[in-house]
Ligand binder design. Structure first.
Ligand code: IPT
Length: 966
C-alpha cells in the first residue's frame, strides 16, 4: 500500500533548497494575522468543504498553536511517544487543522515576465503540512522548526489570492520530533510572501575569520549570484565578495564584546544587509578556542516558551530572554532541541551569547523499545535526517554567535547521525560538530554529556575517564574538550551543587562549562474556580499518558520571573570573584574570557548588624582576564557587633543589555564578629525559676503545658510548640533521580509521621526540662530531644539537644529543627542573616548577610508544583510581628534557618498546584539547625555527600522574647 504523504519518512516535496535568512530590500508581504480555521479529527482527504464554506470557519491567529486557541488541548510527554511506536505510521486519530486566508497582492509586485520569482515561506509548521495557492497544490513538508519555501510566482494573480494549508498533528516527522515539551500543532511561526527579483541573491555564506596573533580579520563571502560587497567601516567599497579580504586591526566578535560590522551585499536585483562578526573557532590541543582563547560556557538550554503563545514567540519575548540571560551572567545558549525563531539568533549576535544551534531531531521514544527501528540508524530516514541538518545549517550559517552545530538530542546512535556530521564538516569546516547521544563521540568534535556527576566530571577533567568502546575511539575522545550540554536540572527547588560544578570547570582546562537544564518552566496559565491563576502541567488536560510536572524545570517561572535557581546561577558564574586578599586588601579575580575589568566600577559598604555605617568606591586597576588585583581597602570605621564589608562590581556605564549600576558580582568579608559569640547561660538580668500553678508551668514570660511540656504562651502571645520537627515537603529533586530518591527512603522510614512521647517535664536546677522521644511507627529508631528552658523576666532561653537512638543506617533526615505556631497576624518578618532570597545548604551562594524584611507571603517561592521552599539561612535573629510591630523575637546560636508559612509542610506536600494551598488561621514557623541539601536528583546526582543530613547528636540555643515597636 502506498503511504499517504504524511507518513512519508522523507522530508517532503515541492519546496526549494534551503538557504540563508537574509535582510533583503526585495518586496515582502507578511501573511501573519487571522486566518480562517477548522479542526478535523483525521487526516482523511479534504472534504469538499475545504473549498466551499470556508468563509464561515473560525478565525485563528497565525503564528499560533491551535491547542492554545480553543481547538483541542495541549499534551505533555517527555520521552514516550503519545502514539504507538509503529514507524512511519501514525494513528487514524490525527487532528488536522485546515487553514485558509485571502490576501491582496500589492499593486507593484514582481511578475515572472520580469524574470522574478515569488516564494511562499513558512518559518515553522508543526508537524507536517500540505499547501495550495489559488487551488493549486504546491507540495508538502515536514520538519516543524525548519523553514520551507514554495515557488508560487506563476500561480499568483493581481489583486486577491488565496492560500490554503492543511496541517497534521501527527506525521512520520513526529518520530523525529520527540523533544521533551508540549505537543502543540499548527502554523506557529511567520508566513511571508517573498519577491525574488531577477538576479537576486538567493544565498550567501559569510566567512569572517580572526587571526588572533595579528588582529587581522579575513573576510570572504560566497554568493549564489555575482555580487559586490561593501563594508564602509573597513574601507571596502563594492569589492568582490570572494576576496579573501585581509583587514588589519579588527575588533573581534565575542559573547563578551559582540562587535559587529555593518556591510551590504548587492546584486543588480537586490541588496542584503549583513552584520559581520569576525571570530575564529578551533579545537586544538584538546581545547575549544575562540579567537585563540579557551572559553567557558556559562550556559542554559533554551526551549522556546511563552505561557500563552507556546512556541509562537514574539520578538519582545525573545529580547526579554536575551536580556535576562545577559543580566544573569549567562554567556551561552543551547537551542534545545531545534533551531529557534531566526530573530533570536540575531539578538544573540547583537547582545553577545555563544550559541550551540541544534537540529530539529530527537527520537528518544525509541529507547522505550530498546532502540529497535531507531530512525537515526535506518536508511529510509537518511534523507530526512540530512534534510534537517541542511535546513538548520543553511538557514543559520551567517550568525557569528553560532559556535557549534548540534545534530539533535537523545536520538541514540546510528549511521544517519554520522552522515549528518560528515555533511556539516564538508559544508562548514569552520564550526565543530556536537552531539551528546553517542558517548563514544566518534564523529563529533567535543565530548559532551548530560547530568554526569561531579565525580565523573572531575575524572573527565583529569582525562582519566572510563575508556570508550574501542582504543581508536578512546584516543579520539580523550583528545576532545568536554562540555555538559545539560546539567543541574532546575526542576522545582534547586538546583543544588552548582558551585561545586563551577569549581571543577575552573580547575580543569578540559572542562569548558555547561548548560543548565533548562531556561524556563513550560507552565500553561489556568484559573481555579475562585479565579486565581495557577500554572498547569502534564496531566492537567486529561492526557492519558503524561509526565506530570517534569515540564516545569526551568530557571524562570512560566511568567519569566527569575526563580531562586537563576539568582544562584548568576552568582556562581559571576565573571568577577571578590574574596579576601592580603591583609588590608580585597582580591578581585577577573574570570571573563576576554574582557578586562575596565567597564566595571567597584563600591564598598560596611554594615553593622546589617545597617550601613560607611561606604565608598574602590579603585581597581584594569586587570586582564585570568589575572587578579588586590586593591587596598580604605580605613574602615570602628564597628561593634557583627559587621561585614560588601564589595560590589557594577557596570560603570550603560551596556546595551543593562544600565550603569547593574550589579555583575559581589563579595562579602567579615569585619568584626558576633557578640556574644556564645550567649551567657541566662537570657536576661533577672533569672526566673519554674513555678507550677493551676493548669500551667510558669517560667519568666512563658507558660507551659505540664503534660506535654510544650510552650503555650510567651507573655501575651499564644503559641504552640516549639517542638522537634524533621519533615519537609519533598522537592522534585528529593523525589526523583538516578540515585535511589531520598524522599522514597524518608517515606519508607515514616519520617513524615513522627510521634512524640513526653518522657519527663520537670524543674531541674532552676530550669524547666522536657525530655521527649520522637519516632516513626514500626521502627525502633528515634530522636531523643531534651528541651532545657531557662527564663528571665522578659525572655526565655531554650537549649535543645538531640541524640539519635537506633541504627539509622544510611538514612538521612529532611531537616532537623523545631516547628511552632504563632497568631496569623504576625506576618511581618525581619531578620539578620542570609537573604534576601531563599537558600539551602548547597544553593546559598546568592544569599548575602544583611538585615532584611519581607511579609510572609513574599517569603514563599511559588514553585509550579508546591514543595519545600522559602527557607532563609543562618539567621542570627528574626522577628515575627503584626503591622504595629508587636510579636515575637527569636535569637539563635548558631545561626538558624527559618521558614514562616500560612500552611504546614504537610499541606505543601499534598498540594498539586499553587492554588491548592489555603491559608490556615495560624502561622507556622520552622527554626532549624540543618537541612538535607537540594542536589539535582530529579535528573542527575542527588545532594553531594557533604550536603547530606546524617542523623547525629546536635545542639541549638534559641532566645524567645516578645518584640515591641521601636
Ligand atoms: C534529557 C533531555 O535531553 C532533555 O530534553 C530533558 O528531557 C531532560 O533530560 C530532563 O528534563 S534526557 C534524560 C534521559 C537525561
Amino acid at each position: 500500500m502506498d503511504l499517504p504523504y504524511y507518513e512519508d519518512p522523507g522530508p517532503g516535496t515541492g519546496f526549494e533548497p534551503a538557504r540563508a535568512t537574509a535582510r533583503s530590500n526585495a518586496p515582502a508581504l507578511s501573511l501573519n494575522g487571522n486566518w480562517r480555521f477548522r479542526l478535523r479529527p483525521t487526516a482523511a482527504d479534504p472534504a469538499p468543504g475545504f473549498d466551499a464554506d470556508w468563509e464561515n470557519w473560525d478565525e485563528i491567529p497565525v503564528p499560533g498553536h491551535w491547542q492554545l486557541h480553543g481547538h483541542g488541548s495541549p499534551a505533555y510527554t517527555n520521552v514516550r511517544y503519545p502514539f504507538p511506536v509503529d514507524p512511519p505510521h501514525v494513528p487514524d486519530e490525527n487532528p488536522t487543522g485546515e487553514y485558509r486566508r485571502a490576501f491582496d497582492l500589492p499593486e507593484h509586485w514582481l511578475w515572472p515576465e520580469q524574470g522574478a520569482r515569488t516564494l511562499l515561506r513558512f518559518e515553522g509548521v508543526d508537524s507536517c503540512f500540505r499547501v495550495w495557492l489559488n487551488g493549486e497544490l504546491l507540495g508538502h513538508a515536514a520538519g516543524s522548526r525548519l523553514a520551507h519555501e514554495f515557488e508560487v510566482g506563476r500561480l499568483l494573480r493581481p489583486g486577491r489570492n488565496t492560500v490554503a494549508v492543511r496541517v497534521h498533528q501527527w506525521s512520520a516527522g513526529s518520530y523525529l520530533e520527540d523533544q521533551d515539551m508540549w505537543w502543540l500543532s499548527g502554523i506557529f511561526r511567520d508566513v511571508t510572501l517573498l519577491a525574488r527579483p531577477r538576479a537576486s541573491l538567493d544565498d550567501h555564506f559569510v566567512h569572517a575569520g580572526y587571526e588572533h596573533a595579528t588582529g587581522t580579520g579575513v573576510l570572504r563571502v560566497e554568493t549564489s549570484t555575482p555580487a559586490v560587497l561593501s563594508v564602509p567601516e573597513l574601507g571596502l567599497h563594492r569589492v568582490d565578495p570572494a576576496g579573501p579580504h585581509r583587514v588589519p586591526g579588527i575588533q573581534p566578535w565575542s559573547a563578551e564584546e559582540p562587535r559587529l560590522y555593518d556591510a551590504v551585499l548587492s546584486t543588480p536585483g537586490e541588496t542584503v544587509d549583513l552584520r559581520i562578526g569576525f571570530r575564529s573557532i578551533a579545537v586544538e590541543d584538546g581545547l575549544l578556542r575562540v579567537n585563540g582563547r579557551r572559553i567557558v560556557f556559562r550556559g542554559v538550554n533554551r526551549h522556546e516558551w511563552h505561557p500563552e503563545q507556546g512556541r509562537a514567540l514574539d520578538r519582545a519575548t525573545m529580547l526579554r530572554d536575551v536580556l535576562l540571560m545577559k543580566r544573569h551572567n549567562i554567556n551561552a545558549v543551547r537551542t534545545s532541541h531545534y533551531p529557534p525563531h531566526p530573530d533570536f539568533l540575531d539578538l544573540c549576535d547583537q547582545y553577545g551569547l555563544w550559541v550551540i544551534d541544534e537540529c530539529d531531531l530527537e527520537t528518544h521514544g525509541f529507547e522505550e523499545v530498546g532502540w529497535r527501528g531507531n530512525p537515526t540508524d535506518d536508511p529510509i530516514w537518511q534523507e530526512a535526517c540530512l534534510d534537517r541538518i541542511e535546513r538548520t545549517v543553511e538557514r543559520d550559517k551567517n550568525h557569528p554567535s553560532i559556535l557549534l552545530w548540534s545534530l539533535g538530542n537523545e536520538s541514540g546512535t546510528g549511521q544517519n547521525l554520522e552522515a549528518m556530521a560528515a555533511w556539516c564538516h564538508t559544508r562548514d569546516p569552520e564550526r565543530p560538530v556536537h552531539y551528546e547521544g553517542d558517548w563514544d563521540s566518534p564523529y563529533v568534535d567535543v565530548y559532551s554529556r548530560m547530568y554526569a556527576s561531579h565525580e565523573e566530571v572531575e575524572a573527565i577533567g583529569r582525562r582519566a575517564e572510563a575508556p570508550a568502546s574501542t582504543p581508536e575511539r578512546d584516543a579520539h575522545r580523550r583528545a576532545l574538550p568536554f562540555i555538559q550540554c545539560e546539567y543541574a536540572h532546575a526542576m522545582g527547588n534547586g538546583p543544588g551543587g552548582l558551585t561545586e560544578y563551577q569549581d571543577l570547570f575552573e580547575r580543569y582546562e578540559r572542562l569548558q562549562g555547561g548548560f543548565v537544564w533548562e531556561w524556563i518552566d513550560h507552565g500553561i496559565p489556568r484559573h481555579a474556580p475562585d479565579g486565581t491563576l495557577y500554572h498547569a502541567y502534564g496531566g492537567d488536560f486529561g492526557e492519558p499518558l503524561h509526565d506530570g510536572n517534569f515540564i516545569a524545570d526551568g530557571l524562570l517561572f512560566p511568567d519569566r520571573t527569575p526563580s531562586p535557581g537563576l539568582v544562584e546561577y548568576q552568582k556562581v558564574i559571576a565573571p568577577v570573584r571578590i574574596t579576601a586578599g592580603r591583609p588590608g586588601t580585597v582580591r578581585i579575580d577577573n574570570r571573563y574570557d576576554f574582557r578586562s575589568l575596565a567597564h566595571l566600577a567597584f563600591t564598598w559598604t560596611v554594615e553593622q548588624e546589617g545597617i550601613p555605617v560607611a561606604h565608598g568606591t574602590l579603585a581597581v586597576p584594569e586587570t586582564a582576564t585570568g589575572e587578579y588585583a588586590e586593591p587596598a581597602l580604605p580605613q574602615l570605621p570602628d564597628t561593634v557587633g557583627e559587621s561585614w564589608l560588601t564589595v560590589r562590581a557594577v557596570l560603570a556605564g550603560d551596556q546595551p543589555w543593562a544600565e550603569a549600576g547593574h550589579e555583575v558580582a559581589w563579595g562579602q568579608l567579615p569585619v568584626t564578629g558576633r557578640t556574644p559569640a556564645v550567649p551567657d547561660s541566662t537570657p536576661g538580668p533577672a533569672p526566673a525559676r519554674p513555678r507550677r500553678g493551676g493548669t500551667a508551668v510558669a517560667l519568666g514570660p512563658g507558660r507551659f503545658d505540664p503534660a506535654s511540656g510544650l510552650l503555650l504562651r510567651l507573655g501575651e502571645l499564644p503559641v504552640d510548640g516549639p517542638r522537634l520537627d524533621i519533615w519537609r515537603a519533598p522537592t522534585d529533586n528529593d523525589r526523583g533521580g538516578q540515585e535511589l530518591a531520598v524522599a522514597r527512603a524518608w517515606l519508607a522510614a515514616g519520617l513524615d509521621r513522627m510521634r512524640h512521647r513526653t518522657v519527663a517535664a520537670e524543674p531541674e536546677d532552676g530550669a524547666y526540662v522536657v525530655r521527649t522521644r520522637v519516632a516513626p511507627a514500626a521502627t525502633d529508631l528515634a530522636l531523643l530531644a531534651t528541651y532545657r528552658w531557662s527564663g528571665a523576666e522578659e525572655s526565655l532561653r531554650l537549649d535543645l539537644s538531640v541524640e539519635t537512638e537506633g541504627d539509622w543506617g544510611g538514612l538521612t533526615l529532611p531537616r532537623l529543627g523545631l516547628r511552632m505556631t504563632v497568631p496569623a497576624v504576625l506576618d511581618q518578618v525581619a531578620w539578620f542573616g542570609l537573604g534576601p532570597g531563599e537558600s539551602y545548604r548547597d544553593s546559598r551562594q546568592a544569599a548575602r548577610i544583611g538585615r532584611f524584611a519581607l511579609d510572609v507571603d513574599a517569603l514563599q517561592t511559588p514553585y509550579v508544583m508546591p514543595q519545600e521552599n522559602g527557607n532563609r539561612s543562618d539567621a542570627r535573629w528574626a522577628t515575627f510581628t503584626d503591622t504595629s510591630g508587636h510579636g515575637l523575637r527569636v535569637e539563635g546560636w548558631p545561626g538558624f534557618d527559618f521558614t514562616a508559612r500560612r500552611w504546614t509542610a504537610e499541606d505543601l506536600d499534598a498540594a498539586r498546584h499553587t492554588t491548592d494551598l489555603k491559608p490556615r488561621d495560624r502561622l507556622y514557623l520552622t527554626l532549624d539547625l540543618a537541612h538535607q541539601g537540594i542536589g539535582s536528583g530529579s535528573c542527575g546526582p542527588a545532594a553531594l555527600p557533604q550536603h547530606k543530613l546524617i542523623p547525629a547528636d546536635a545542639l541549638l540555643t534559641l532566645h524567645f522574647s516578645p518584640e515591641r515597636p521601636g
